[in-house]
Design a protein around this ligand. Structure first.
Ligand code: SF4
Length: 484
């Protein structure tokens, strides 16, 4: 009998249907690093699930994390996400929101990162009502670094740094958030998946500083030292000891592992956000001012690359104000880009003072001086400190009664002297010497138009002193014309 060899073709590999959450996870980063029994995965699932139901444009959702096991979330979500430095998730998120108010910004991090290293940022962001949702996964210790005691470690709990039991009082996070000004405050455990998801969904629909604490097991760092070796032990504890008390004073929302964990929504109120208050303030402060329109037609402005100006002197000479007026003239009234960095000593008057102004037609990516184009020195100390920063082709302007150009400026620098303080005294007010200097600067350089300077002075000096200051500018300008 002929033998027939039958070959059986293997069925083609069947790919399982994609999980609905796959679209929001970076598969190339998986599997995740979290330990078996860790609560972070559940917290993340609730977050993703809420996002999917939120109806938000996911291209406009940004997730910011700090450092720690919870900080890995920024790497796992397929959204615009930022894994920042330790404790700095909230300041980073604040900048993000202020720069792009269209974004829904969510900070997802842990108790150590947000409340210890970043504790100061946390309370001030809540106080200012910065528009962001903060999800804090609280597992009572620094899990990633080996289970050290943190700001939420319960009294008597054991950690690697409290081997005889913690003797410190922990923060009650919902009480802290509410007392600091948060408009939405809730606490759930990872056992309460539906309620947690609903809380996140609800918080995404609010505006202002919203805070959700998520109690989660860390069997590796905290659990094994506190009779909760497995994640499941912690979940059983949550089931037996958590009580839902919506609407109670967060001060009363106890959290005592071993006894009771009060969960629920404690705060849900409305109040103006930081950005809304800024906008209101701007409306008030500009009400009586002339509408800002560039005073100098672009035809009058010479294109420039990067100009770096340093004003230096002593507190009380109006050094910072000179820098401010210069930046305002260049940006608001001449339509260029400008940044100002100011520094001064601890003394209100008499200490060293310096203002750095960078002006450019291009975006300014670095705000500090690299090579000074113009140094305006009104004190000997300032001259000694900064004269060597002047670059080839630079200009040094000194008040000749206050500064001796010793050591001399570097080769290739033009040195100009003006009796700015004497001119100001001639006008009856020594304090306007800084404006005399601006007039001189306007005459001997060409990167800010005279009109822009005048407009910036008019809108920046105290009311009632405009005429005096414009006269000071005019006198300085005349002195500069003689040295062009
Ligand atoms: S150390 Fe703790 S928090 Fe970190 S992944 Fe492991 S169980 Fe989770």
């Amino acid at each position: 009998m002929d033998t027939m060899v039958q070959t059986q073709t293997k069925p083609a590999i069947q790919f399982v249907e994609r999980h609905p959450m796959d679209d929001l996870l970076r598969e190339d980063r998986l599997p995740h690093i979290w330990c078996p029994g860790c609560g972070l995965g559940t917290a993340l699932s609730c977050f993703i699930s809420a996002l999917m139901k939120s109806g938000l444009d996911l291209d406009k959702v940004a997730v910011v994390s700090g450092i720690g096991c919870a900080g890995r979330v920024a790497g796992y979500v397929k959204l615009d996400s930022f894994h920042t430095t330790h404790g700095r998730a909230i300041p980073f998120a604040t900048g993000l929101k202020l720069a792009n108010p269209q974004l829904e910004v969510v900070v997802f991090s842990g108790d150590g990162d947000l409340i210890a290293i970043g504790g100061n940022h946390f309370i001030h962001a809540a106080r200012r009502n910065i528009d962001m949702l903060v999800i804090c996964v609280n597992n009572f210790n620094y899990g990633m670094t080996g289970g050290q005691m943190g700001p939420t470690t319960p009294t008597s709990a054991y950690t690697t740094t409290s081997p005889y039991g913690n003797y410190e009082h922990p923060f009650n996070l919902v009480y802290l958030a509410a007392a600091s000004g948060a408009v939405y405050v809730a606490r759930w455990t990872v056992l309460h998946v539906r309620r947690l998801e609903r809380a996140i969904l609800e918080a995404l629909d609010r505006k202002g500083f919203r805070f959700i604490e998520v109690i989660a097991p860390c069997p590796t760092g905290f659990g094994r030292r506190n009779r909760m070796r497995q994640g499941l032990d912690a979940m059983k504890f949550y089931r037996e000891h958590s009580v839902i008390r919506h609407g109670i004073d967060p001060k009363e929302a106890a959290i005592e592992p071993g006894k009771e964990i009060v969960v629920g929504k404690f705060v849900d109120v409305e109040k103006p956000t930081f950005l809304e208050l800024i906008r209101d303030q701007l409306k008030v402060s500009t009400r009586e001012e002339t509408p800002v329109t560039p005073s100098s037609p672009s035809s009058q402005r010479k294109p420039i690359a990067r100009i770096e100006v340093r004003f230096t002197g002593l507190g009380g000479q109006g050094i910072i104000r000179a820098g401010y007026i210069t930046g305002k003239a260049a940006s608001i009234y001449d339509g260029r880009n400008a940044v100002l960095i100011q520094s001064y000593g601890p003394e209100a008057r008499g200490g060293a003072s310096s203002a750095q102004v960078i002006i450019s037609d291009e975006p300014i990516w670095y705000p500090r001086i690299i090579s000074t184009s113009v140094l305006v020195a009104m004190s000997q100390e300032g001259w000694s400190k900064y004269h060597s920063e002047l670059g080839e082709g630079g200009i040094a302007i000194i008040d000749e009664d206050l500064v001796t150009p010793e050591p001399p400026p570097p080769a290739g620098v033009r040195l100009l002297k003006v009796p700015a303080t004497r001119i100001a005294e001639g006008l009856g007010r020594r304090i306007v010497a800084n404006i005399v200097m601006l007039g001189f600067l306007a005459a001997v350089t060409d990167f800010i138009t005279r009109e822009a300077f005048e407009e910036a002075i008019r809108t920046s000096v105290p009311r009632g002193t405009e005429e005096l200051n414009l006269r000071a500018f005019e006198e300085g300008y005349k002195a500069g014309e003689e040295q062009r």
